[in-house]
Design a protein around this ligand. Structure first.
Ligand SMILES: O=C(O)[C@H]1O[C@H](OP(=O)(O)OP(=O)(O)OC[C@H]2O[C@@H](n3ccc(=O)[nH]c3=O)[C@H](O)[C@@H]2O)[C@H](O)[C@@H](O)[C@H]1O
Length: 432
């Protein structure tokens, strides 16, 4: 029997009307039944809702599988195969990720020129003007280098590429670059530099002939290290930006894949790479644009009015370092996900070994552009920047034959010449 309190709960809300007890119990049963079935229906509804949400999530997560029609098909496979063809004795077939990027496009052209097979991969994202990436793509296409449009997070697409081509090497340059942008869009760094790296390493480790991997780390891993010049054995456990932290994480992640699966790994710590076809987000590039447009530039300065300095490194020198790394990389030892012996693991600084202050760099630009800059000098905001970089390159010199030959003055002259030929002297034209 229901208690009074329970009974009261089921009393009709309309007061003043008499109901006999059996009638009331019958109604209670009905109400009880009705409420149980309502709850059941609600539960069903919630389950259906959760299932719909989860399947939508996985649909979105594997977005490129469903949204991208940019890869696959007989014609696409033929383009990949043709692009990967080797045209020299003992040549390589290299998958270059980030091939429509600054360093990626230069490295791809250098490899193709000497007869290696090159297949590019790029997601053409809009971190900076995608039309510049398309222009680089056209440049590569003129040299018969095909760039697959896709993301390194797309495991199915990578598996397909490895099924079509037995890559001897992977030059992994796809990344979310930029030190300060990490505060605006932290997730993009995790997506490309961590998740994307792992997806790529998984594909490499599963390949039946595992490729040797050379990939782009960064000088930013030295973070708050004060010992100069920076040597590969220096501390790298105090990153100053999320960008640096993801690159440092990349070094640890590649180490585990080397250790567990026998992948041959070479990590290259690039020092502020600049030159023709460069990245519009970098200071030398955006300063050039602003100076030509008569707009002010913001020059950061360190504590106590100390100028910031960078070991600016010219693109052609970096390309030589990349190619030298590929040439000296030993084979991976595993196959199909199984390690068969210890594999090579290396890290090199690729810098210029002669830091130049940012105001000096601006002076050089003014000279080449023949225009005076309008400078706003402000104290460096706490946005991930480090005051000074300087590479010790003795390891790269010894093991890769790396020897930078272009000083900043000469390199900026070449950059300005390219900039003017590409954009024209066109004040008012905006470059993203
Ligand atoms: O070696 C690296 O690992 C990194 O190099 C590059 O980073 P950075 O060395 O920071 O280059 P970059 O932005 O050109 O700033 C140059 C200088 O100008 C100063 N700077 C910058 C912007 C500005 O508006 N004003 C200014 O003074 C700024 O404070 C700095 O002192 C790559 O972008 C990065 O992807 C990564 O590869």
């Amino acid at each position: 029997m229901p208690s009074l309190a329970e009974e009261e709960l089921f009393l009709p809300s309309t007061p003043g009307k008499f109901k006999d007890k059996s009638h009331s119990m019958h109604r209670q049963f009905h109400r009880c039944f009705a409420s149980t079935s309502t709850m059941f229906l609600w539960a069903l509804f919630l389950i259906a809702l959760t299932a719909t949400y989860l399947s939508f999530q996985s649909f979105v997560d594997s977005g490129s599988k469903y949204f991208s029609t940019a890869w696959g098909g007989i014609h696409w496979e033929k383009q990949v195969r043709t692009s990967a063809e080797i045209h020299r004795h003992n040549g390589f077939s290299v998958l270059v990720t980030g091939a429509a990027g600054f360093v990626g496009s230069h490295v791809s052209l250098a490899l193709k020129k000497r007869g290696d097979g090159v297949v590019g991969l790029d997601n053409f994202n809009n971190y900076y003007d995608p039309s510049l990436k398309k222009a680089r793509k056209n440049l590569l296409s003129e040299q018969n280098i095909f760039i697959v449009e896709g993301d390194v997070n797309d495991a199915r697409m990578l598996a397909k590429l490895f099924e079509i081509v037995q890559f001897t090497h992977v030059m992994h340059l796809a990344a979310q670059a930029g030190v300060r942008y990490a505060m605006e869009n932290p997730q993009s760094y995790v997506h490309s530099n961590i998740a994307g790296l792992v997806t790529l390493l998984e594909a490499c480790k599963n390949a039946d002939r595992q490729p040797a991997i050379v990939w782009a780390s960064s000088s930013s891993v030295y973070g708050l290290n004060e010992k100069v010049p920076f040597s590969e054995s220096d501390r790298t456990d105090r990153p100053a930006s999320l960008y640096a932290a993801t690159k440092k994480a990349g070094e640890e992640i590649t180490h585990t894949y080397n250790h567990i699966y026998g992948l041959s790994i070479t990590g290259l710590r690039f020092f502020t790479v600049y030159g023709p076809w460069g990245r519009p987000d970098m200071a030398y590039f955006s300063f050039t644009r602003n100076i030509l447009n008569g707009k002010p530039i913001t020059v950061y300065r360190g504590k106590n009015h100390v100028d910031l300095a960078r070991d600016f490194t010219y693109i052609d020198d970096i390309v030589k370092g990349c190619v030298g790394s590929l040439d000296t990389a030993k084979k991976s030892t595993g196959s199909g996900g199984k390690k068969r012996g210890p594999a090579q693991y290396r890290i090199f600084n690729l810098g210029n070994t002669s830091p130049v202050t940012v105001p000096m760099m601006v002076n050089m630009l003014e000279k080449h552009l023949k225009v005076k800059a309008k400078k706003n000098v402000i104290e460096m905001p706490g946005n991930g920047d480090v005051p000074y970089t300087h590479a010790n390159i003795s390891s790269a010199r010894r093991e890769l034959g790396y020897k930078p030959t272009t000083d900043l003055q000469t390199g900026l002259k070449k950059f300005v010449r390219w900039y003017l030929s590409y954009y024209g002297y066109n004040p008012g034209k905006s470059v993203k």
